[in-house]
Design a protein. Sequence first.
Length: 102
Amino acid sequence: LDRENLAEEIESLGRRDKREIRSRMEVLLAHLLKWEFQPGHRSHSWQSSISEQRIWIGNIIKDSPSLRRYPAQIFDHAYEHAVLVAVRETGLGKSHFPGEPP
């Protein structure tokens, strides 16, 4: 048993899961912002994406319970990134979106 390689692999899996949670949170928050601030553009694809991101985040946490606090730890950063995505995708100015999460 190569403990060093095993430890590296476990750490690598944790980093991968964290990246996945962060990415999915950013997509989720961006779509929630677009949903809230562009009601005339709401679509089934946004609704589907919102649901899918929530499910994926929940499944990752269910599979790796040690990460259950991770979304709260990165929420502010994920929200900041989501605002930038929403600005780019909607063409609305950054000031159109709340500086703090609603």
